[in-house]
Design a protein around this ligand. Structure first.
Ligand SMILES: [Fe+2]
Length: 207
C-alpha cells in the first residue's frame, strides 16, 4: 500500500488536543513553557517553509508533528524539575513511546524519534554506542523531513534562541561532513525561513 494511503487512515490530533497532552505530561509549568513554546515556534517556521515544500505535503500532519516532536523531553526531568542533559539524545524515542502509549499511529510517533539533528542512522547508533535501541532514526517522508529541518532554527537553550541557517551549518560540521551535507540538502529542499517576525513575537535572540 502506498505511503499516502497509509497516511489517509492516520488520525491527526489538533492543536487543542496536543496542548492538553503537553499539559498532562509536563512535570512543571516551567518545562511546559519551554517545550510547548519551542514546539509552537517550530510549527510557525515549518508553516513558512510549507509553501516551498510543494503539493502533496500534508500540512495538518506537519503541524501536529511540529507541536508534538519534543514531547519526550518531559520524560527527562527528575523529581526536582531538573533536565537530564546527558540523556537528551533519548528524548526522541521517549516521545515516540509516550505517543504510542497514548494510542497514536506510528506515523505520528515517528515525528518524535526521527527529528534529532539531521537524522541518526543505524550505523551511528551501533558504532557510537548511542543509548538508543538499535534502529534507523532518519526522517523519511517529506513531512518528517520538514519537521526535522524546521526544528534546527530554534533552540531550547537557556535562554532560548533562534538559530540562523548559516550558524547551524557551521555547528553541524563538528558531527562530520555527512551531517553538514545532509543539512545542506535540507536547506536546498525547503529554503530558509524568515526569522525576523518571530524574533519580535517571542523576544528570543538569534545567533
Ligand atoms: Fe525540537
Amino acid at each position: 500500500m502506498p505511503v499516502t494511503d497509509l497516511l489517509s487512515h492516520v488520525r491527526v490530533p489538533g492543536d487543542r488536543e496536543i496542548r492538553v497532552l503537553h499539559e498532562k505530561h509536563a512535570p512543571t509549568g516551567e518545562a511546559f513553557e519551554l517545550v510547548h513554546t519551542h514546539c509552537e515556534i517550530v510549527c510557525r517556521i515549518a508553516e513558512q517553509l510549507l509553501g516551498r515544500a510543494g503539493d502533496g505535503v500534508d500540512a495538518d500532519l506537519v503541524r501536529a508533528g511540529c507541536l508534538l516532536h519534543d514531547i519526550g523531553v518531559y520524560r527527562l526531568y527528575d523529581g526536582a524539575g531538573e533536565l537530564d542533559h546527558a540523556s537528551y539524545i533519548r528524548h526522541g524515542v521517549l516521545g515516540h513511546e509516550l505517543l504510542a502509549k497514548e494510542g497514536f499511529a506510528e506515523a505520528i510517533c515517528r515525528f518524535c524519534s526521527c527529528h534529532t539533528g539531521v537524522g541518526i542512522g543505524p550505523d551511528e547508533v551501533r558504532l557510537q554506542r548511542l543509548p538508543l535501541p538499535a534502529g534507523d532514526y532518519r526522517a523519511r517522508s517529506r513531512e518528517e523531513r520538514l519537521v526535522m529541518y524546521a526544528d534546527k532554527f530554534h533552540s531550547k537553550s537557556s535562554p532560548p534562541t533562534f538559530v540562523r541557517a548559516d550558524t547551524y551549518a557551521v555547528d553541524v560540521r563538528r558531527f562530520g561532513a555527512g551531517k553538514a551535507a545532509a543539512f545542506a540538502e535540507l536547506r536546498e529542499e525547503f529554503g530558509e525561513p524568515d526569522l525576523a517576525p518571530l524574533l519580535t513575537t517571542y523576544g528570543h535572540a538569534v545567533r
